[in-house]
Design a protein around this ligand. Structure first.
Ligand code: PRP
Length: 220
């Protein structure tokens, strides 16, 4: 019998699009349509000769931990999480899913660049923020927030935020504007180093299949 390849998938913004990609390359993703509280799901391939995937639904930062520690062989993670956490893995493919970006934002009308001596930036991505702000020559205190860092300037905890922006709705609805668009981001296929050595042929085949559907989607 084919041993499943364990595949970590971040719950949330990328999950649905990733499921659609896997379906297009022949995996039966019915188990992920309505997963309930189950966190492990087997996804058989339409070709019985191909190993199924064992999908692991996890929070984005944990995806990197499971992959780096070798309990998952492959994973899909946002470039935002990859840049924040790094780790010993190969980034094999840009899946071109998710049109989001890193941006520095602040309350409309505020004077972040010319204002206070002591600038404070709230973010879920302190490592990225430290690097990005240094590259822009901006000296600021970084305040780590776990979710909805848009709240921080509204509450007076920070002068600005560094966060991912997709539709821009969260910024708009909270009176914030982009000060600097820092970089585009998208989902990546990442692979554990040892798993790639052990199952290279199967993983390369999966990558080729994915490339085919991504390229076709972009041709349309
Ligand atoms: C992200 C990000 C923003 C929001 C931006 O949070 O931190 O809050 O999405 O998206 P938008 O531009 O489409 O409004 P996410 O929804 O991933 O959840 P979290 O705050 O729980 O981390």
């Amino acid at each position: 019998m084919n041993t499943p390849i364990r595949f970590a998938l971040a719950k949330g913004r990328l999950e649905k699009q990733c499921r659609a990609l896997l379906t297009r390359i022949g995996y039966n993703c019915a188990a992920l349509e309505d997963p309930g509280r189950r966190l492990l799901h087997t996804l058989p391939h339409r070709d019985p000769g191909r190993a199924p995937l064992e999908a692991v639904l996890a929070k984005a930062p944990d995806v990197i931990t499971y992959l780096s520690r070798g309990v998952c062989g492959i994973a899909v993670a946002g470039k935002d999480t990859i840049m924040e956490q790094g780790g010993p893995f190969y980034e094999l493919l840009d899946l071109k899913l998710g049109q989001f970006r890193f941006a520095l934002a602040a309350p409309a009308g505020s004077d972040f660049f010319e204002g206070a001596e002591h600038r404070r930036v709230a973010t879920k991505y302190p490592c990225v923020a430290r690097r990005a702000l240094a590259a822009q020559g901006i000296d600021a205190e970084i305040i780590r927030i776990e979710g909805s860092c848009e709240l921080a300037p509204l509450l007076g905890l920070s002068d600005a935020i560094l966060d991912i922006v997709e539709t821009g709705d969260t910024l708009r609805e909270n009176g914030l504007v982009i000060l600097k668009d820092l970089m585009p981001l998208s989902a990546r296929l990442i692979v554990n180093v040892a798993a790639y050595k052990l199952r290279r042929k199967e993983i390369d085949l999966l990558v080729e299949d994915l490339k085919g559907v991504i390229d076709n989607a972009n041709d349309r």
